[in-house]
Design a protein around this ligand. Structure first.
Ligand SMILES: [Ca+2]
Ligand SMILES: [Ca+2]
Length: 562
């Protein structure tokens, strides 16, 4: 295991209130138009998710590669790649200077399917086993100073021509990528968009009536759904011919390429009924084994996630937990909101549902986590707290998702949050020292991330276990959060001290914790010792019917028993 002992320093962070993110222009938006988040549509139709019915439907459907395997996905760690910004494996597809300029943040940089395939060894070294790539559809022509390097401006046509974005490579390149990943037991998640097309897509001219009007869209229903997002042509999924077109287009991608999952863009801007009645059956009909994970950019609550889970998605990126982690760890606040979000997700999705949501720190639509710290925060403190945030996403219920560069301590706000992966990243000997925009000595963060990935993979309690809170700050001066997880005979205790002072000894009730089953209690109370997995200087012993825990400042520990 990783034996990193964090340096103890006592620099006090400047407390800073939570800041609402200005969503980076992605997903198709242009830089002068931010996303409206958290607004609008609220459904009281939320009900307990029914993952079993999806599996049953898949199992009884037409022959497909395989049915959905929850266990396979729970064990996974997802790595997100903005394909154009990862690695240029084929300069011959870079095209001319109209859209290609690695010095411009809004044009193509050259990354492609072949480049990702060339760098799978790197992902293997890190230990991730699933990759989410940005959309692969052909993009519209240059618009102002921008081209669709991000993939969210599809140049769709009727009939669908299924064209791939040439900068990313050919169909053969994509097939080779999928095959190589499968040969390495890796899974590929592709990004799809059914909310909108690119601004000047051919289909907009062919069928103007297939899109919601810009004027008067509010009268049609919730503006989040019926009004164009950042002025992008907004599909009217309520029209039969539009639904049919989008169903076929999506199913066609699944039939042509052996993708393992779909990341659906801008979910909350599309009616849940469209996903439930049309889209989910269409894509699962093409491949019943798909993991369906959606983007619901709502940091304030889980209500929409419940609504869309009921429509057939397996999971969503956990934006509320991400916001709580920024508050608690980047902005020196209490861990209480983190504990609250984790518990809330377990309560509302059920543990099986919570295990299939995706935990993460940042993505291409938001500032990178490391840019959320107050100015003047030392690199050591940023690293320590950032490692704690990574620790939370790898140990609380959910599938961790890394954003390319997270594992090297990459910071940045738009457009720098989408900068290209540097070539030194791929050379283990070059990761030390100082690199502009990254935490100093990126190798330390790489090794810590790698250790978390390995520990999670070999510990069923962490990837597939139940959850019981042991401790939260509850307004006290000790900023400590601790929890217990178990799956069969695999058991783990995780404790985090986000405070700048040592914590403990803290006496955490074990025997009278109502969330822990009697078998687990007996196993813990009868254990001679637990295995300390991170070696960060903490201690744990079981005395009477309590856990006695001490933690150094800004540290965490994972103890296991099996
Ligand atoms: Ca290229
Ligand atoms: Ca819409």
């Amino acid at each position: 295991m990783n034996n990193r002992a964090l340096a103890l320093s006592f620099v006090l962070l400047v407390a800073c209130g939570p800041v609402r993110p200005a969503r980076a222009p992605d997903g198709g938006s242009s830089p002068d138009q931010g996303f409206a988040s958290d607004s609008g549509f609220f459904s009281d139709a939320a009900r307990e998710p029914d993952a079993a019915s999806i599996e049953d439907a898949a199992a009884s459907g037409d022959a497909g590669p395989r049915s959905f395997e929850a266990e396979l996905w729970r064990r996974s760690v997802i790595y997100f790649v903005l394909t154009d910004r990862f690695f240029d494996g084929d300069p011959s597809n870079n095209g001319d200077s109209v859209c290609f300029d690695p010095s411009s943040p809004t044009l193509f940089h050259g990354g492609d399917f072949k480049g990702l395939r060339d760098r799978l060894d790197y992902l293997g070294e890190l230990g991730v086993d699933a990759v989410w790539i940005t959309p692969v559809s052909k993009q519209i022509a240059r618009r102002g100073n921008q081209c669709g390097y991000h993939g969210y401006w599809a140049d769709l046509a009727d009939p669908d021509d299924g064209e791939l974005e040439p900068h990313l490579g050919s169909a053969a390149d994509l097939t080779e990528l999928v095959e190589e990943m499968h040969a390495r037991n890796m899974k590929l998640i592709v990004d799809l968009v059914v909310n909108h097309s690119g601004h000047t897509a051919r289909i907009v001219t062919q069928h103007p009536e297939w899109f919601h009007p810009r004027e008067g869209c509010e009268a049609l229903g919730p503006p989040d759904i019926y009004c164009p997002l950042s002025s992008l042509p907004d599909f009217a999924q309520e029209r039969e011919e539009v639904a049919t077109y989008l169903d076929r287009l999506s199913a066609s991608w699944m039939s042509r390429f052996a993708f393992d999952g779909i990341r659906m863009d801008t979910v909350k801007h599309v009616p849940a009924s469209y996903f439930a009645d049309r889209w989910v059956p269409a894509v699962l009909g093409a491949n019943p084994g798909l993991y369906l994970v959606g983007e619901i950019f709502d940091e304030g609550r889980y209500d929409l996630q419940l609504t869309y889970r009921a429509a057939g998605f397996h999971g969503f990126f956990d934006f509320p937990l991400r916001r709580a982690l920024i508050q608690a760890l980047a902005q020196n606040d209490s861990l209480d909101p983190v504990a609250s979000r984790v518990q809330e997700a377990v309560n509302r999705f059920g543990i099986e549902g919570a295990l299939l949501k995706s935990t993460f720190l940042d993505n291409h639509d938001v500032p990178r986590f490391l840019s959320e710290f107050p100015d003047g925060t030392s690199d050591d403190v940023r690293r320590e707290k950032y490692h704690l945030a990574l620790g939370v996403i790898f140990t609380t219920p959910g599938i961790p998702k890394l954003n390319y560069g997270n594992e090297l301590g990459l910071g940045g706000r738009y457009p720098d949050n989408r900068r290209s992966m540097p070539e030194w990243a791929f050379a283990p000997g070059a990761r030390g020292g100082a690199h502009e925009g990254f935490l100093p000595d990126a190798a330390r963060t790489f090794e810590f991330t790698r250790a978390l990935i390995r520990l999670r993979r070999e510990t069923p309690a962490l990837h597939s276990g139940g959850y019981a809170e042991l401790w939260r700050p509850n307004g006290s001066s000790s900023n400590v959060y601790a929890f217990f997880r178990s799956r069969g005979s695999s058991r783990a205790i995780v404790a985090i001290n986000a405070g700048d002072q040592p914590a403990g000894p803290m006496r955490m009730p074990l025997a009278r914790n109502p969330g822990i089953g009697s078998e687990d209690k007996d196993a813990l109370l009868g254990a001679a010792a637990l295995d300390e997995r991170l070696a960060m200087g903490a201690s744990l012993r079981i005395e009477g019917e309590e856990l006695i825990v001490t933690l150094p400042p800004r540290s965490m520990e994972i103890w296991t028993l099996d």
